[in-house]
Every structure is written in structure tokens, then in C-alpha cells.
Design a protein around this ligand. Structure first.
Ligand SMILES: C[S@@+](CC[C@H](N)C(=O)[O-])C[C@H]1O[C@@H](n2cnc3c(N)ncnc32)[C@H](O)[C@@H]1O
Ligand code: SF4
Ligand code: SF4
Length: 286
């Protein structure tokens, strides 16, 4: 091409620091300081560059989020304590779109002790990632996505409303906190024109005393409780399946407690798993 038609350009650095996708978690308490990892061996010099940047910033960050994901530091760690993780900020980039799309507000935490729920096995509110939830829904067949969906510990209603965009014929949120459920109701009013499912309901109740509907086919949980509360809810679920035997899928985000509690169960078994922002597992009734 003649030189007069060539537009010359000089690449410029980004104006803002890009939000990186991956990072490495270093569990310092076990680190032997052998320096056989990112500190010395990262081919991209990330650890050193990041440390130089962070030295001048206020606070302390344990994560490096500009990692290229080559995994060499993870494999070379002598103590096997490094893990590659997804930057939560990167994950939220996509999530914020869905709050806007549904016209709802579901970010932010909430502590149950503000309502006098203390000394129990219940966990506080923090929302599941939309992107992970959409990915987990792909585990279900089109037929299963026409059933009845329930989020146990539904918080501000994010997952209930995300499920109501799908083809479920009924969607239910069960939440112990009246304050969170009021926010969920407001979110429902605002999202309603964008929902496919017309039968959406939020119930304010302690899940230990809640009777699961006998037509429930998909249960979602994102780490809402542990210990005695979890055991009571699993027993409620088992009773519902005994009353009305049927196929049921259970999607669990951060499933460690559920996995422990269901380890010896013969009526339900783990069938799928992926690791997004958090680990997700699908259980199906046997
Ligand atoms: C980690 S949050 C998950 C929120 C929601 N599922 C989401 O992903 O957006 C756990 C929720 O469970 C609720 N929860 C805790 N104990 C409960 C109980 N015994 N019965 C019903 N909900 C409970 C909390 O109030 C909190 O909103
Ligand atoms: S995974 Fe590769 S790019 Fe990322 S910090 Fe480790 S060595 Fe560096
Ligand atoms: S290789 Fe592992 S044990 Fe050694 S310095 Fe790095 S993180 Fe610590």
C-alpha cells in the first residue's frame, strides 16, 4: 500500500489499570519462603512488578490479578499452597450488567445479627454470581427448566429473579430475614416486566420450619447455613421426597457443608462440578 494511505499510530498505555482476570492466592502462614515460585520464577515478573506498585498504595493486598495463568508457579510451589483464582472484581464486571438488566439492586452484604439472629448456624447475606448461576443452569435439561425452582436463603432475590427469567413454571424464595425479603419484593416489582415466569413468590420463614412443596424439582442453595440448621433442612427435603417421590436437582454454590452433610446419603448423589468465582456442584436424586 502506498505510504500516503498508511495511518501511523503509536500504542498508548491504558489510562486506567486494567481489571485482570486471574490471580494467585498465597497462603502465607504455611509458606516456607523458598522463593521457588512467583517471587522468583514468574516468567512475567508479576509478583515483583505488583509488589513495587503495591508498596506505594494504602492497605495490603494478598492477590495478584494480572496473572497470565501459565500455572508454573502453582506447579512449582514446594508446599503446594498456591491456587489460581478468578479476580472477584473481574467476575463482577459481568454481574453488574444483570442487576441493570433486571432493574434491581442485589449487591452488598447484610448481617443477620442486625435482626437478632445470633449464636445460630445461619450465614449472612452475600449474593451468588449471576454468571456462575447461568452456567449452573445449563446442567438442567429443557424439561427440568420447566419445573418448580426454589432458592433456600434467597436474600435480596437475585437468584429467584434470575431463575424467573428462565422457563420455570414457578419460582420461590425462602428467606429468614424480613428486611431482606422486603428488598426482594421491591426488586420483584421492578423486574416483573422482564420476567418470563409469572408465579414468583418470596416466603419469610426459617428454613428449618419450612415444608418444601411436593412439586419442587430444582433447589438452589448458596451456603446459607451449617450444622444443626443444615441438618434440619436436609431432613425436611428428604421428607418431601418421601411424601412425593420425584426427580430433584440440587445446585449448591460453595457446597462444602452440603457435601459433608450428604456424604453418606443414598437418596442423592453428586453428579457435576465446576469452579467459577466459587465452586458449584450438582446433586441429583438417585
Ligand atoms: C449467602 S446468602 C445467599 C443469598 C442468595 N441465595 C443469593 O445467592 O443471592 C445466604 C442467605 O441465607 C439466608 N438464611 C440464613 N439462614 C436462614 C434460615 N435458617 N432460613 C432461611 N434463610 C436463611 C440469609 O439471610 C442469607 O440471605
Ligand atoms: S500462573 Fe504464571 S503468570 Fe501467573 S503468577 Fe504464576 S508464574 Fe506468573
Ligand atoms: S514456592 Fe510456595 S512455599 Fe515457596 S515461597 Fe512460593 S508460595 Fe512459599
Amino acid at each position: 500500500m502506498p505510504a500516503k494511505y498508511v495511518i501511523h499510530h503509536i500504542p498508548a498505555n491504558p489510562r486506567f489499570r486494567p481489571v485482570g482476570k486471574l490471580g494467585i492466592v498465597d497462603w502465607r502462614e504455611d509458606c516456607s519462603s523458598c522463593h521457588n515460585c512467583v517471587k522468583r520464577d514468574c516468567v512475567y515478573r508479576l509478583y515483583r512488578d505488583e509488589a513495587d506498585t503495591l508498596r506505594d498504595e494504602v492497605g495490603y493486598l494478598d492477590y495478584i490479578y494480572q496473572c497470565k495463568g501459565c500455572l508454573s508457579c502453582v506447579q512449582n510451589c514446594t508446599k503446594n499452597i498456591l491456587t489460581r483464582v478468578v479476580n472477584p472484581e473481574y467476575h463482577r464486571l459481568g454481574d453488574e450488567y444483570w442487576d441493570w438488566k433486571l432493574r434491581i439492586h442485589s449487591f452488598g452484604g447484610y448481617r443477620l445479627e442486625l435482626e437478632g439472629v445470633v449464636d445460630r448456624d445461619d450465614h449472612d447475606y452475600s449474593p451468588e454470581s449471576y454468571l456462575d448461576f447461568h452456567r449452573a443452569l445449563k446442567w438442567l435439561s429443557p424439561g427440568e427448566r420447566c419445573g418448580v425452582f426454589l432458592d433456600c436463603g434467597s436474600g435480596k432475590g437475585r437468584i429467584v429473579l434470575a431463575a424467573a427469567r428462565s422457563t420455570f413454571r414457578r419460582v420461590i424464595g425462602v428467606e429468614i430475614s424480613p428486611v431482606l425479603n422486603r428488598i426482594a419484593e421491591r426488586n420483584l416489582e421492578s423486574a416483573r416486566p422482564r420476567l418470563r415466569c409469572r408465579d414468583v413468590e418470596f416466603v419469610t420463614v426459617d428454613a428449618t420450619t419450612y415444608e418444601f412443596p411436593d412439586d419442587l424439582t430444582c433447589l438452589f442453595i448458596y451456603n446459607p447455613f451449617r450444622g444443626a440448621v443444615l441438618a434440619a433442612v436436609i431432613e425436611n427435603l428428604r421428607r418431601s421426597l418421601e411424601r412425593a417421590p420425584r426427580a430433584l436437582s440440587l445446585i449448591a454454590s460453595t457446597p462444602d457443608r452440603f457435601e459433608e452433610a450428604l456424604a453418606g446419603a443414598s437418596w442423592i448423589a453428586k453428579t457435576e462440578e465446576f469452579h467459577g468465582l466459587r465452586r458449584h456442584v450438582l446433586f441429583r436424586t438417585t
